[in-house]
Ligand binder design. Sequence first.
Ligand SMILES: Cc1cc2ncn([C@H]3O[C@H](COP(=O)(O)O)[C@@H](O)[C@H]3O)c2cc1C
Ligand SMILES: O=C(O)c1cccnc1
Length: 348
Amino acid sequence: MNLLKQTINSISKLDYFHMEESKKRLDSLIKPVGSLGKLEDICIKLSGIYQSKYFDVQKKAIIAFAADHGVYEEGVSPVPQAITKIQIPNYVKGVSGVGVLSKFAGAKVVAVDVGINCDEKLEGVLDYKIRKGTDNMSKGPSMSKEEAIKSIEIGIEIANNLIDEGYKVLGIGEMGIGNTTPSTAIISVFGDFNPKDITGMGCGLDSNGIVHKANVIEKSIKLNCPDKKDALDVLSKVGGFEIGSMAGVILAASSRRVPVVIDGFISYASALIAYNLCPLCKDYIIASHFSAEPASQKALSLLGLDPMLNMNMRLGEGSGAALAFNIIDAANYMYENMLTFEEANMNI
Ligand SMILES: Cc1cc2ncn([C@H]3O[C@H](COP(=O)(O)O)[C@@H](O)[C@H]3O)c2cc1C
Ligand SMILES: O=C(O)c1cccnc1
């Protein structure tokens, strides 16, 4: 709990002076004011985070956490649970969605087992297993309060290590068959939404499957009564270990003044946990893409975030975050290399 408390206590506001400096430079470049839209917003935000007019965003990493879910036994996902343990090594090998998109963006992928349902050590995957999956939230809480804190603190520790190694931009990702179910539950709780209105297909449920999944989520919320004013209560009652760890990365990145790029639907749930623990962390989040899951708009509205891409993607893993790294590089390249009106001798 100490690490979590210290991390939250060291999160502060963006640096408005440097954001103003960045805006002045953007307005001096040979284009109509504001015409590069979100590319400009990214530069201004980065100046506020790094507390400098110019910045270095070269070293980037995706941290992806993998875990299993007790609620899987209710039939909320159409695929075998074993895919969690089979797929996660593919992230590091560079052959899964997030693997190839990270390679393309020149980013490192760090994969972490925080609760996969297996005994074996997985190649290339860091072992921080809390236990072999959460409990079935439709029968009781997913995890204890202590485990919820531990899941967040693992994320904090790994993010801090990467920042110590010089990483300047972090992205979050996950692997966990069944994890759109706790994610939808978390979003339902924070937004007071009826799960029936916001539950989606996850990795491929049919319409009957979606109705069943919504019923399981509704039952889990009714049974556990998570308190939306207490994010740790929400995480422990209807969350998942990888969801907690991603929230930890958001908090650590914010406390160390490093931008954190969130991915799709499951990472929105993590961001809501982090945001409700410390609202200031929102300013350090860059939303990469708009997930095709139906509750995406609602979740992003709760966070007040507007993602840069809308690509009909619904993979997760951190794939959208890795893709967005390219946009951040483009924004920085534009910011550093466009000419000003003065340099171009354009007096308008
Ligand atoms: C082969 C495969 C690779 C994936 N990579 C990410 N997910 C995504 O799907 C899972 C969540 O969907 P649900 O809640 O419906 O189970 C998560 O592991 C998520 O990362 C995958 C799913 C599959 C099948
Ligand atoms: O949007 C996502 O991130 C997503 C959606 C469905 C399944 N897995 C991930």
